[in-house]
Ligand binder design. Structure first.
Ligand code: NAP
Ligand code: ZN
Length: 349
């Protein structure tokens, strides 16, 4: 057992402060990773502020981890010392239940071990995330990070990347499809890049006019301001698929109206209050409202390999860990272009 430096929230809504957390000595199936970069997800903010309830403190957030392997257990075959490695939102699951067998470990019936704000499968040992210098994870949940990617820009693929890639694949995004993306933040900008890389015609739906040029540079063919009803009117009945990344309460019925007959809107943002949906918003047009949670480990590896091939990574603002509380404030104000990533070297100084 080693103590490793970290940043933690001591209690709900408190600013993050320097802290240290225990990491186990690697067992036979474990990979020990020196963390290089960790992305900052809006889910980190929700959980530090206990907006979803049941938060465990002290909390070390961070589930977009890229680092280098420093030790491997005797039975590890996929990794050797010096390899790049990634860790996303999960570090273990039962591997025996129906969802686990279907490569959907995030829905493990025993409850997946999430990377932080949870416990290992023993249901006792708390998990601590990537705002720290080191992590020890079982090989089965450790991802291969392809070489040739900028590592800071690759870190957000471990959550923002897979969370947007997975629904695009599930709804078979293909050339010519009209895909709307609501909210241009960390998840939204990955959705735009990935949908465009799959050949879709992408419409950005944003509250921030100032982000229009960026949206187009990221691959959007069209940009509409959601606060302007006239702007949205042209889109009624037009979109095959909408990916909604908004983190706060908003009216879903308006967006459902933009779907084509039999179109689907997928919620991936997690506002803390329920949203009313009119039955008629779905009935007229045989429309579907769906949700999507991250993605399984196999699909996360597929996404990393896809991103390496297509040269898709996040647009990042690299920060020292000492700026994390400021980054949270800016994120809440939608002032991030488009993902903060912590340079973990700043924690070792
Ligand atoms: P983010 O970077 O803060 O982006 C959220 C975007 O939502 C903002 O940039 C903004 O875009 C838009 N927005 C913010 N306030 C709004 C408002 N009042 N009305 C309309 N739009 C607003 O957050 P993120 O990291 O992408 O995460 C987004 C959400 O996804 C969070 O709730 C997070 O917890 C959740 N999440 C879910 C999963 C999953 O598996 N389903 C995984 C990771 C994260 P514009 O400025 O363009 O309007
Ligand atoms: Zn996340």
């Amino acid at each position: 057992m080693a103590q490793t430096p970290a940043y933690a929230a001591p209690s709900a809504k408190a600013p993050l402060v320097p802290h240290s957390v225990p990491r186990r000595d690697p067992g036979p199936h474990d990979v020990q990773i020196d963390i290089l970069y960790c992305g900052v997800c809006h889910s980190d903010v929700h959980q530090v502020r206990d907006e979803w309830g049941g938060a465990i403190f002290p909390m070390v957030p961070g589930h977009e981890i890229v680092g280098r392997v420093t030790k491997v257990g005797a039975s590890v075959s996929k990794f050797k010392v010096g390899d790049l490695a990634g860790v996303g939102c999960m570090v273990d699951s039962c591997l025996a239940c129906d969802p686990c067998k279907r490569d959907l470990e995030q829905f493990c019936q025993k409850g997946a071990a999430f990377t932080y704000n949870g416990t290992e499968m023993d249901r006792k040992t708390p998990t601590y995330g990537g705002y720290s210098t080191q992590v020890v994870v079982t090989e089965r949940f450790t991802l291969k990070v392809p070489t040739g990617l900028d590592l800071a820009s690759a870190a957000p693929l471990l959550c923002a990347g897979i969370t947007t890639y997975s629904p695009l694949r599930r709804w078979n995004c293909k050339p010519g499809d009209r895909v709307g993306v609501v909210g241009l933040g960390g998840l939204g900008h990955m959705a735009v890049k990935l949908a465009a890389s799959m050949g879709a015609e992408v419409t950005m739906l944003s509250t921030s006019r100032a982000k229009e040029a960026d949206a187009r540079r990221l691959g959007a063919h069209d940009f509409e301001l959601t606060s302007d009803p006239k702007s949205l009117k042209k889109l009624i009945g037009r979109l095959d698929l909408i990916i909604d990344t908004v983190s706060v309460e908003h009216d879903l019925n308006t967006y459902l109206g933009l779907l084509r007959t039999e179109g689907t809107m997928v919620l991936i943002g997690v506002p803390t209050t329920p949203a009313p949906v009119a039955a008629t918003s779905l009935i007229f047009g045989n429309k579907k409202l769906a949700g999507s949670l991250i993605g399984g480990i196999a699909q996360t590896q597929e996404m990393l390999d896809y991103c390496a091939e297509k040269k898709v990574t996040a647009d990042v603002e690299v920060i020292p860990i000492q700026k994390i509380n400021e980054a949270y404030e800016r994120m809440v104000k939608s002032d991030v272009r488009y993902r903060f990533v912590i340079d973990i070297a700043s924690l070792k100084r």
